[in-house]
Design a protein around this ligand. Structure first.
Ligand SMILES: Nc1nc2c(ncn2[C@@H]2O[C@H](COP(=O)(O)OP(=O)(O)OP(=O)(O)O)[C@@H](O)[C@H]2O)c(=O)[nH]1
Ligand SMILES: [Mg+2]
Length: 341
C-alpha cells in the first residue's frame, strides 16, 4: 500500500504487475485483491515461467512516446573514416572539422577511440567518426588492439558512408582490403580515398594509372568511387563532401516495382536464365525490400538455379540504369510455386 501511494504521488504512469501467477489459464482469485491498490488493472505474470510478460510489455509500450524522426536528424550523414594506422584519418577529420579534437601524430596507432565531429557546410550536415587504425591480425593480440578493432566495427555500424582511406605514398596493401570488407559487410556506402596525394611524385599520367591499379585491387568493390586527396593541404576535400552526399543518396535509393520489373523483363529476354536438366530458372517478380543497402527480393521457381553469375548479371543491369554508385546491393532469392504470384 505504501509503495502504491508513493507511485501515485509520483505522477508517473504505473503498471501494476502481480508476480508468481505460475499457473496457465484463469488467473488466481487473489489477483483481484490488488485492485484495492487503486493502480488499475493488475497484470498477472510469472517471472519464473514467463507467462504474462508479453501483455505486460505491450502495456508498457503504450506509455512510450512516439518515436521522433525529425527531418533534421535524418538529414545528417554519418561518415566513418576507416583505414590502417597512420594513413591520415585523424588528419582528415581535423582538417574537416577545423578544430583539433583528435591528436594528430606520426606514431602509428595514436587514435584509440572513435571520436565524432559535426560539420555543416554547403554540401550538407555531416558527422565524421574518426576511428583507430586497423592493424594486421597477427598484431591484434593485446586488449587495447582488440578494443580498437571492435570500436572501428561499431563506427562502421553507426555510419551511413565509409571513407576507406589508403596511404597514397605506400599504395594498396592487403590490410586495406580487410578494412574495406568491414564496410562491404555492413552494406554501407563506400568511397576509396587515396590520401597524402600532395606527397606523391607525379606527372600527367600518375592519377590515371594509379586509379587503374586500384580498380583491380578493389575489384570486389568495383562500385566504389576513388578520390585522390590530401588531408594536409585540403586538396579535393570539397569534392569528397559531394561524393559522400552522392554515395549516401545511392545507398538509400528506392526503385519502383514497375521500373525493376521492366529491367527484369529486358534482362531475361537478352540473356536467358540458367537451366539444369531441362528445367529453366524462371524469375516471376522482383521488388525492393529495403535500402541501406538497396536489397532486392526475387521470386523464382528454383532458387538453386539462380546462380551467383546470374545475380551478378542482374545487378549490373540494375546498375547500368540506376547507377547505385558507391553502394553494395543485395539479392534475396525466394522460391514460389509455378503460376503463383
Ligand atoms: N604528406 C601528407 N602527410 C599526411 C597527410 N595526412 C596525414 N599525414 C601524416 O600522416 C601521419 C599520420 O596521420 P594521422 O592523421 O595521425 O593518421 P591516422 O590514420 O589517424 O592514424 P591512427 O590514428 O594511428 O590510425 C602524420 O604524420 C600526418 O602528418 C597528407 O595528406 N599528406
Ligand atoms: Mg588517428
Amino acid at each position: 500500500m505504501e509503495v502504491a501511494e508513493l507511485l501515485q504521488k509520483s505522477g508517473k504512469p504505473v503498471i501494476l504487475c502481480v508476480n508468481k501467477c505460475d499457473s496457465v489459464g484463469e488467473p488466481p482469485a487473489e489477483l483481484y485483491e490488488f485492485y484495492n491498490l487503486g493502480l488499475g488493472e493488475p497484470y498477472p505474470v510469472s517471472a519464473a515461467h514467463g507467462h504474462g510478460t508479453g501483455d505486460l510489455l505491450d502495456k508498457a509500450l503504450e506509455f512510450f512516446p512516439e518515436p521522433e524522426h525529425s527531418e533534421e536528424e535524418s538529414e545528417v550523414v554519418h561518415v566513418a573514416v576507416i583505414g590502417k594506422p597512420n594513413v591520415g584519418k585523424s588528419s582528415l577529420v581535423n582538417r574537416i572539422s577545423g578544430y583539433e579534437r583528435s591528436i594528430v601524430s606520426d606514431i602509428a596507432g595514436t587514435t584509440r577511440d572513435a571520436i565524432d565531429s559535426f560539420v555543416e557546410n554547403e554540401s550538407g550536415k555531416f558527422v565524421f567518426i574518426d576511428t583507430a587504425g586497423l592493424r594486421k591480425k597477427s598484431r591484434v593480440d593485446d586488449q587495447i588492439e582488440k578494443y580498437s578493432v571492435l570500436r572501428a566495427g561499431m563506427a562502421v555500424d553507426r555510419a551511413d558512408v565509409c571513407v576507406i582511406m589508403i596511404d597514397g605514398i605506400e599504395g594498396f596493401t592487403e590490410q586495406d582490403s580487410k578494412v574495406a570488407s568491414l564496410a562491404l559487410e555492413g552494406g554501407k556506402g563506400c568511397i576509396v580515398a587515396v590520401n597524402k596525394w600532395d606527397a606523391v611524385e607525379k606527372d600527367g599520367f600518375t592519377m590515371d594509372s594509379y586509379r587503374k591499379k586500384l580498380m583491380k585491387d578493389f575489384a570486389f568493390m568495383s562500385y566504389a568511387p576513388i578520390i585522390f586527396i590530401s588531408a594536409a593541404t585540403g586538396q579535393r576535400i570539397d569534392r569528397l563532401f559531394e561524393l559522400i552526399k552522392y554515395v549516401h543518396s545511392q545507398n538509400t535509393m528506392r526503385i519502383s516495382n514497375g521500373m525493376l520489373n521492366e529491367i527484369l523483363a529486358d534482362a531475361t529476354a537478352r540473356v536467358q536464365p540458367p537451366t539444369d536438366r531441362g528445367k529453366r530458372l524462371k524469375i516471376y517478380y522482383m521488388t525492393q525490400a529495403s535500402t541501406r543497402p538497396p536489397t532486392f527480393v526475387c521470386f523464382c521457381n528454383r532458387a538453386d538455379l539462380f546462380h551467383f553469375s546470374y545475380q551478378r548479371y542482374l545487378e549490373n543491369q540494375i546498375r547500368s540504369t540506376f547507377g547505385l554508385e558507391g553502394t553494395p546491393v543485395r539479392f534475396i532469392i525466394r522460391e514460389r510455386g509455378e503460376g503463383k504470384k
